[in-house]
Design a protein around this ligand. Structure first.
Ligand SMILES: Nc1ncnc2c1ncn2[C@@H]1O[C@H](COP(=O)(O)OP(=O)(O)OP(=O)(O)O)[C@@H](O)[C@H]1O
Ligand SMILES: [Mg+2]
Length: 275
């Protein structure tokens, strides 16, 4: 007979949902966040433990998955692609220097185990790219805590997620109907992230923040992510000429982006008092 992985787990209180502390940008007051990010904080604060964040690239979906809400059990990233195998999800044996084999735990199993007391978080990125076999495995592993289990091929120990285990899936696809029905069904809450997180914008020089927020939310043909502005910022900080840096990063759209930067700078300039 196999022993269940978990017996009894004391429940820890979740951190207050209204204030989230960002390791880079400091504390954010959730009431000041763009509405999509407020939804994320509120959903996690209300106990939602299966969440999809979808929408344009570079807005902070993965970063939020790894940091927002209760991640005391640890947060583990699983980047899905066509070549990924079950080994990435559950684990695999690796040869060691002394000729023996060692089991290397996969991301989902690590998150099931968490900190040994409560389950951790899996951030499954680009979930739409997972192949059929891996998807079936994930469907089982992302099921509720009572149903999910996995038997280790060597020890035959049955593993189960510890209570508190949570999953955040991220994707750039825009229509949730493009996700397999069974997967969607396990993730009833899907939030479209259409604004970069203020913490991501805070990484930019102040003069780039408003133009970057606008460019991230623009229509697809004119959209640039915060990552592009980070790269632009770096080129400028390293002394590259404004026009050249803009052309390298924004190509044919460089003139529009520079206009946006200039217009924003002018609109923020204090108006002279007329005596
Ligand atoms: N809250 C934040 N505080 C500080 N930096 C952030 C924050 N959110 C995102 N970033 C930074 O912004 C960049 C983009 O973030 P992230 O990778 O999470 O975006 P994404 O929405 O997952 O993008 P994609 O859809 O392309 O995977 C990263 O460099 C990340 O470190
Ligand atoms: Mg991502």
């Amino acid at each position: 007979m196999t022993t269940p992985y978990i017996t009894k787990t004391p429940k820890r209180p979740a951190p207050p949902a209204s204030v989230m502390t960002d390791p880079v940008a400091g504390p954010h007051d959730a009431t000041q966040l763009p509405s999509c990010w407020r939804d994320v904080v509120d959903a996690l604060g209300a106990g939602i433990d299966r969440l999809v964040l979808f929408g344009p690239p570079g807005t902070g979906k993965t970063y939020a998955g790894l940091t927002v809400g209760d991640v005391t059990g640890g947060a583990y990233r699983l980047i899905c692609n066509e070549d990924m195998t079950a080994a990435d999800v559950t684990g695999h044996f690796m040869p060691t220097a002394d000729g023996t084999w060692k089991w290397l735990q996969g991301s989902v199993l690590k998150a099931w185990e968490g900190d040994g007391v409560v389950g951790g978080r899996v951030v499954a990125d680009e979930i739409d790219r997972a192949s059929g076999d891996v998807l079936s495995l994930l469907l089982n592993m992302f099921d509720n805590v009572e149903s999910a289990s996995w038997q280790h091929p060597d020890s035959a120990v049955v593993h189960r997620p510890r209570p508190g285990f949570s999953v955040i899936m991220t994707t750039n696809i825009e229509d949730m109907r493009d996700l397999p029905v069974a997967l969607r069904d396990r993730f009833p809450v899907a939030i479209r992230i259409d604004q970069p997180h203020p913490g991501a914008l805070a990484r930019l020089s102040p003069y780039l923040r408003a133009p970057a927020a606008a460019a991230a939310a623009a229509a697809k043909a004119r959209r640039f992510s915060v990552r592009s502005f980070m790269a632009f910022d770096r080129l400028r900080e390293n002394g590259m000429d404004l026009e050249r840096a803009a052309f390298l990063i924004f190509g044919d759209h460089s003139k529009d982006v520079l206009d946006a930067i200039r217009v924003d700078a002018v609109s923020k300039r204090p108006t002279k008092k007329v005596s």
